[in-house]
Design a protein around this ligand. Structure first.
Ligand SMILES: Cc1cc2nc3c(=O)[nH]c(=O)nc-3n(C[C@H](O)[C@H](O)[C@H](O)COP(=O)(O)OP(=O)(O)OC[C@H]3O[C@@H](n4cnc5c(N)ncnc54)[C@H](O)[C@@H]3O)c2cc1C
Length: 408
C-alpha cells in the first residue's frame, strides 16, 4: 500500500506539467467558442488524441496509479482549462471505467478501443443510467432488459436521460433492470454496439453550463444485442442475483450499503474536476485584483477584496486535500467509514460554486460579461453539485454512514 503523500513524485509532476500545458495552450483558448456553439469540440478531442491524452492507456495509467493521485491531478488540470471541453475529453473514460470494472477481458479488449477510435477518427462513448423518473432515486429505474434465450439476445426498452455523449456515442453503456424485485441490485450493465437498430437520440439539452459537452436523452426501442454484450457475462449475473436475493431476505440494508460503497469510490474524481474550475476562477480573480485600480490603488489593497481571495484559496486547497485523501483511500482499499468519497465531492463542488461567484464579484462588471472567463466558470461550476449525486444526496450518504441510521 502506498503511503499517503501530498508530494507528487517526479513522474507525476511531469505528467501534471504536460497536462497543464495542453489545458493552457489548447483547451483554454477554445473554451469561449465551444461554449457559445454548444457543440462537441471534435477538433480539440482529436488534438488530445494525437498527443495521447484522449486514450485508454493514459486514463488507465492514471486510474491505477497506486498513490491515488493520478486521476485527481489529471482532472484538476484538464478542468482548469475548461469544464465543458474537459468533460468532452473525459466523458468516454467514465463509460470505459464501467466496462473495466464489470467487463470480462474479452469485452474490455473488444469495446474500449471502439469507444475511443483513433487519432484520425475519434469516437466517444456514453454511460446511460439516469432516467426521467430515476435521478437521485436510482432504484426506481424502469428500462428493462429481457433475455431471449432462444436467440441468446438481450432486448432493451426504455428511455435514458441526461446522458453525456448520448446518441453521438459510438458505444453506449446502458444500465437496465433485470430483476425489479431487487432494487439497484437487480440492475445490470450492457454494451450497445455502434449502429444498433432501435437506439436513437431524443432531445438534446440546452444547458446553463458545460455547454461544450453534449447531453441528451437516449431512447431504446426493442434494442436487440447479443448475449455477449451483458457486462461480466450471464453466469456471473445469475450468481450475483442469487446472492442479492439471499441477502435481501437476510436484511435489505446490507444490500443498499454495498451499492453505495461502489458509487462512493468514483466521487473524488468529480471533486477534482470542481477543484480545477475553482482554482481557475481564483487565479483569474487574483490577477485581476492585483492590476485593477480604483481610488488610485489596486483593489486587492482593500481587505474586503484581499480577505475574499484568502478565503477562496483556503477553500480550494481544503477541497483538494479532501479529494486526495479519498482518492488515496479508494485505490488502497481503505473503507470509507465516514463517507470520505462523498465528503470530498460535497465540499469541492460547493467550493467551486462559491469561489466562482466570488470571482465574478471581484471582477465587478467585467466579471458579469462573457469577455472574461469567470462568468462561464460560474455557470459550469453549478453542475458539480448535481451530477454523480447531488449535494443533498452526498449529505444523506454522509449522515447515514456516520449515524448508522436510515435518515431520509
Ligand atoms: C449535464 C449533465 C450531465 C449528466 N451526465 C450523466 C451521464 O452521463 N449519465 C447518467 O446516467 N446521468 C447523467 N446525469 C444525470 C445526473 O446524475 C442527475 O441529474 C442527478 O443524479 C440528479 O437527478 P435528477 O436530475 O433527476 O434530480 P432529482 O433526483 O429529481 O433531484 C431534484 C432535487 O431534489 C433533491 N432530492 C432528491 N432526493 C432527495 C432526498 N432523498 N433528500 C434530499 N434531497 C433530495 C436533489 O438533491 C435535487 O436538489 C447528468 C446530468 C446533467 C445535468
Amino acid at each position: 500500500m502506498a503511503e499517503f503523500t501530498m508530494e507528487l513524485n517526479d513522474e507525476q509532476r511531469e505528467v501534471r506539467d504536460w497536462l497543464h500545458g495542453f489545458a493552457a495552450d489548447v483547451i483554454r483558448p477554445a473554451a469561449a467558442e465551444w461554449d457559445e456553439r454548444e457543440e462537441t469540440p471534435w477538433p480539440v478531442i482529436q488534438e488530445a488524441a494525437k498527443v495521447g491524452i484522449y486514450s485508454l492507456d493514459f486514463y488507465a495509467q492514471q486510474y491505477f496509479d497506486p498513490t491515488g493521485l493520478g486521476i485527481p491531478m489529471a482532472m484538476e488540470e484538464l478542468f482548469w482549462g475548461d469544464a465543458g471541453i474537459a468533460l468532452s475529453i473525459v466523458g468516454t473514460g467514465l463509460a470505459a471505467v464501467g466496462v473495466l470494472a464489470n467487463g470480462t477481458e474479452e469485452q474490455i479488449g473488444t469495446w474500449i478501443p471502439q469507444m475511443y477510435g483513433d487519432a484520425n477518427d475519434v469516437k466517444v462513448a456514453a454511460f446511460c443510467s439516469s432516467e426521467p423518473d430515476a435521478g437521485s432515486d436510482v432504484a426506481s429505474m424502469r428500462t428493462r432488459a429481457v433475455y431471449d434465450e432462444a436467440k441468446d439476445e438481450w432486448v432493451l426498452n426504455g428511455t435514458k436521460t441526461w446522458a453525456t455523449n448520448g446518441g453521438i456515442a459510438n458505444v453506449h453503456v446502458v444500465v437496465a433492470v433485470v430483476d425489479a424485485e431487487l432494487g439497484s441490485k437487480g440492475h445490470a450493465s450492457f454494451i450497445v454496439p455502434p449502429n444498433t437498430p432501435g437506439l436513437s437520440q431524443g432531445q438534446k439539452f440546452k444547458k446553463h453550463g458545460i455547454r461544450a459537452s453534449h447531453t441528451a436523452e437516449v431512447v431504446l426501442e426493442n434494442v436487440r444485442i447479443p448475449g455477449s454484450c451483458l457486462l461480466g457475462g450471464k453466469e456471473k449475473l445469475d450468481e450475483r442475483l442469487a446472492r442479492a436475493r439471499e441477502r435481501a431476505k437476510a436484511g435489505g440494508e446490507r444490500v443498499k450499503n454495498a451499492a453505495m460503497a461502489t458509487f462512493e469510490a468514483s466521487r473524488p474524481a468529480v471533486g477534482a474536476m470542481a477543484v480545477g474550475t475553482a482554482r481557475a476562477a481564483y487565479e483569474v480573480a487574483l490577477d485581476y485584483a492585483k492590476t485593477r485600480e480604483q481610488f488610485g490603488r489596486p483593489i486587492i489593497d482593500n481587505q474586503g477584496v484581499a480577505f475574499q481571495l484568502a478565503d477562496m484559496r483556503t477553500s480550494v486547497d481544503a477541497a483538494r486535500l479532501l479529494v486526495w485523501r479519498a482518492s488515496w483511500m479508494a485505490i488502497n482499499g481503505r473503507p470509507f467509514t465516514a463517507a470520505e468519497g462523498s465528503q470530498s465531492k460535497l465540499f469541492a463542488s460547493e467550493t467551486a460554486k462559491k469561489v466562482t461567484a466570488q470571482a465574478i464579484q471581484i471582477l465587478g462588471g467585467n466579471g458579469y460579461t462573457r469577455e472574461y472567463p469567470v462568468e462561464r466558470m460560474h455557470r459550469d461550476a453549478a453542475i458539480y453539485t448535481i451530477f454523480e449525486g447531488t449535494s443533498e444526496i452526498q449529505r444523506l450518504v454522509i449522515a447515514r454512514t456516520l449515524s448508522g441510521m436510515p435518515i431520509r
